[in-house]
Write a protein that binds this ligand. Structure first.
Ligand code: ITT
Length: 210
């Protein structure tokens, strides 16, 4: 069994490898496969964009006969801030430019939110994972991690918007959590575990036997 995860985001890929460590499958990134995504993420929802990402790679591998015992997965995710009507949302990666440093993006959000009182600083990290199997059947799972926008950036763990995402029950930002702690509670951890359960039910995945 082979899982190809259609992402070019190294931070996501690190977390994904860790969460998938207990399944009896070899996990490949696009980079491992010598592939690169060129698809435009034109969807208006996380689900639409995740589907675009898996379809792009399926349409390369399937006609070449390279889908045997393979599932392609993709993650579309983002930070949805209540006080900003859900922005940056599906545009999280492109917000202020795809290649703009997250120090700058995070500071811009903190500046925008500087006068917002604590009770209105709610936000969610949303993740949608889609998977497509050898026969072209598509599976979906979506979930969220709730928290709030911090008043200052803290922590060097994780990636992206983690340093400004405060988790009151942990008393820390997700940028201050170890990878293991984050994966246990994160949007990506929850949704990837949901997807593992779906694929196990379908007989496509098995637990690794040690
Ligand atoms: P791929 O499409 O290649 O997977 P991407 O970074 O472009 O990579 P998305 O379009 O799904 O991925 O955008 C997700 C963005 O949302 C990501 O770049 C971060 O800015 C943010 N994000 C998602 N999950 C996050 C997390 O766990 N921690 C911090 N930021 C996150």
């Amino acid at each position: 069994m082979r899982i190809i995860f259609a992402t070019g985001n190294a931070g996501k890929m690190r977390e994904i490898r860790d969460i998938l460590a207990d399944v009896d499958a070899e996990v490949f990134s696009l980079k491992d496969m010598g592939l690169r995504s060129e698809a435009d993420e034109t969807g208006e929802t996380f689900a639409e964009n995740a589907l675009i990402k898996i379809r792009e790679i399926y349409d390369i591998l399937q006609p070449a006969g390279n889908m045997k015992d393979t599932v392609i997965m993709a993650d579309d995710s983002g930070l949805c801030i209540d006080a900003l009507d859900g922005a940056p949302g599906v545009h999280s990666a492109r917000y202020m430019g795809h290649d703009t440093d997250y120090k700058i993006k995070n500071q811009a959000i903190l500046d925008l939110m500087k006068d917002v009182p604590v009770e209105k600083r709610g936000a969610g990290f949303v993740c949608h994972i889609s998977a497509i199997d050898e026969k072209g059947r598509v599976y979906d799972a979506e979930g969220e991690m709730r928290g709030r926008i911090a008043y200052e950036s803290r922590g060097k763990e994780g990636f992206g918007y983690d340093p400004i995402f405060y988790l009151p029950e942990m008393g820390r930002t997700s940028g201050e959590l170890s990878e293991e702690e984050k994966n246990r509670i994160s949007h990506r951890g929850k949704v990837l575990r949901m997807m593992k359960a779906i694929l196990k039910d379908e007989g496509l995945l098995r637990e690794r036997v040690h």
